[in-house]
Ligand binder design. Structure first.
Ligand code: GUE
Length: 311
């Protein structure tokens, strides 16, 4: 028996998204920063210094700490790690931040979030001198971003924006959907995309139909911390997908692996371009932290060397 040709189902359009190689982009950026750190040292005899404060233990933060120390040294900067027990009091943490604020060898301060229960992240991030707030999370830098004034921009959203601009060029007029409205990623990401001329929608925990919202995005940035939340059918065909999530899961074999907030295999079949996890946004966050630390050192040291002048 032969079937009429017309009854043969058309093959499903087999698309496969292009991978956005954040790891390679970050490596090139780190190399450039290393050269600039060298030139900065030649001019001022100062090595940019970054202080990282980790209170208690959070799995995502531990991945960050490991890679950050390595990359900081690769860029020729100094890193000062402060690991405090989960029992640290608010007063003790604030005292450390003040000490780092006054330390001339430190140009950037980063307090890893989330903090253990009982510590107030707003009070702590606001205690960091705005010039040293390389995470850009304090009210001065967050306010500058909201007002479109120059300031320090949070590392993860900055890294996402760099990838988007390098992939797509001008973003003006594109509909960008951000899933997740955290102060760390979602809110500053939305501000940056707005400043690029995107039409921006932000979905969050109370959004009624996040899949329908996500499907409108020419650009889809996902930062929820819920591994595999975004399924293939949430994605507009051909969209550019930036996956910020990083969750460690244990496989049946007992091994662990990192997954993103996007169900990768499903998304690859629909998206035009997508960042992998690992190797996507994570390395960009670190490269942008180095970038922000060098910029902070330039601002602090340059202003002291050339008071009242333009750097
Ligand atoms: N104040 C603050 N600022 C942050 O930016 C911040 C934070 N707190 N708390 C924790 C999260 C998490 N985070 C990561 C950054 C890079 C990687 C990273 O390098 N990821 C590699 C991991 C590779 C691997 O080790 O297997 C990758 O995705 O390829 C991971 C996680 C920054 N965070």
């Amino acid at each position: 028996m032969t079937e009429p040709v017309s009854a043969v189902p058309a093959p499903a359009p087999s698309m496969s998204a292009r991978l956005i190689d954040g790891k390679a982009f970050a490596a090139a950026m780190t190399q450039r920063i290393a050269a600039e750190v060298h030139a900065f040292h030649d001019r001022y005899r100062v090595t940019p210094g970054l202080a990282v404060v980790l209170v208690g233990n959070d799995p995502a933060s531990e991945v960050y700490v490991r890679n950050k120390a390595l990359q900081t040294h690769r860029a020729g900067m100094r890193s000062f790690m402060h690991m405090l027990p989960a029992t640290t009091s608010q007063a003790e943490l604030l005292a450390l931040v003040r000490r780092l604020n006054d330390d001339p060898e430190i140009h950037g301060i980063l307090v890893q979030l989330p903090l253990p229960a009982g510590l107030d992240p707003v009070a702590v991030t606001n205690a960091i001198r705005p010039e040293k707030d390389v995470d850009g999370l304090g009210e001065v830098n967050a306010g500058r971003l909201a007002l479109g004034q120059p300031g320090i921009v949070p590392c993860t959203p900055l890294g996402c924006l760099m990838l988007l601009k390098s992939e797509l060029g001008d973003l003006r007029g594109l509909h960008a959907v951000v899933i997740g409205a955290s102060n760390l990623v979602g809110k500053p990401m939305a501000q940056l995309l707005l400043a690029e001329g995107c039409t921006v929608s932000v979905g969050h925990i109370d959004t009624r139909d996040p899949a329908a919202l996500a499907r409108q995005g020419d650009i889809l940035v996902v930062a929820t911390g819920v591994g595999g939340l975004v399924r293939g059918d949430w994605i507009k065909p051909g969209a550019t997908v930036i996956d910020v999530g990083i969750t460690r899961v244990t496989l049946p074999s007992g091994k662990t692996r990192l997954i993103g907030d996007v169900a990768f295999d499903e998304a690859v079949a629909r998206a035009g371009r997508i960042t992998p996890v690992p190797g996507g946004v994570g390395p960009m966050t670190i490269a942008c932290l180095l970038n922000n630390t060098l910029a902070a050192a330039r601002q602090i040291v340059g202003a002291a060397a050339d008071p009242g002048g333009t750097p």
